[in-house]
Design a protein around this ligand. Structure first.
Ligand code: ATP
Length: 224
């Protein structure tokens, strides 16, 4: 589904930040991505949804080389990937329900109100559907961002340190939602520093742990 072949990436022309990375994310898989601050986790995630393009090597998304994709091709790819950022941004003048439905609205699709209600229920924001984003807690913001990320039924959900600002209980709640998504067949790629969270997840789901170290991507062992 997502395949990197000897991929390198650098923001400037000199030393690459990520070097000679090879990776295969099969459908339905669950991967954590870890590594020190500044190692390039967010950068790697952005490469996965063609927000950045490799400077060397190949990046294939859903079988297609992203470097050759047209604007429409990139738009089609992005529909298949839902992204949750560490600090999700919302349109502050719209209530939660409209923000969650925004990907449908901007792509001109009909909003199925019942499905939207079900989705808000799943992230436990039913009573917050008419609330403005600035009134949400950190955990509620992340759950709204997760609902928005999955409203287009993506095949892959990417979460970039979504629990970075949450306490343990909230982190576990968010993790649980991602595990449920994975059980429903979606691939998950989850960047986190939190080894306790990874340990907790591994008791419930077959997750592999990728680590960026020294510009390279490693598959972490069972020592976690
Ligand atoms: N747009 C950019 N232009 C230039 N350099 C950048 C850009 N974005 C990130 N960087 C640099 O690339 C390096 C990796 O950043 P990135 O955000 O991918 O790391 P990270 O592993 O996600 O870090 P953290 O865990 O702190 O979020 C950092 O040194 C950062 O300063």
């Amino acid at each position: 589904m997502i395949e990197m072949q000897n991929l390198s990436f650098g923001y400037s022309g000199d030393e690459p930040l990520l070097a000679d990375m090879s990776l295969n994310l099969p459908p339905g898989s669950f991967h954590f991505l870890t590594g020190p601050s500044g190692a390039g986790k967010t950068t790697l995630l952005r490469l996965c949804y063609a927000d950045l393009l490799p400077t060397a090597g190949k990046m294939l998304a859903f079988g297609e080389d992203v470097t050759g994709l047209s604007r429409d091709g990139i738009a089609a790819l992005r529909r298949r990937v839902g992204v949750v950022h560490q600090d999700p941004q919302f349109l502050e003048h719209l209530p939660v329900a409209e923000n969650v439905a925004l990907p449908l609205i901007v792509s001109g699709e009909q909003v199925d109100m019942r499905a939207l209600g079900d989705l808000l229920g799943w992230v436990q924001l039913t009573t917050h559907s008419r609330v403005m984003p600035q009134a949400l807690s950190g955990g509620e913001r992340q759950r709204a961002a997760l609902a928005r990320a999955v409203i287009m039924s993506p095949d892959l959900v990417i979460a970039d340190e979504p629990t970075g600002n949450l306490d343990w209980d909230m982190s576990m709640r968010l993790l649980q939602l991602l595990i449920e998504l994975n059980r429903s067949g979606k691939a998950v790629l989850f960047a986190t520093h939190d080894m306790n969270l990874i340990r907790a997840a591994k008791q419930q789901v077959q997750a592999r742990v990728l680590r960026i170290a020294g510009k390279r991507l490693q598959l972490a062992g069972a020592d976690l």
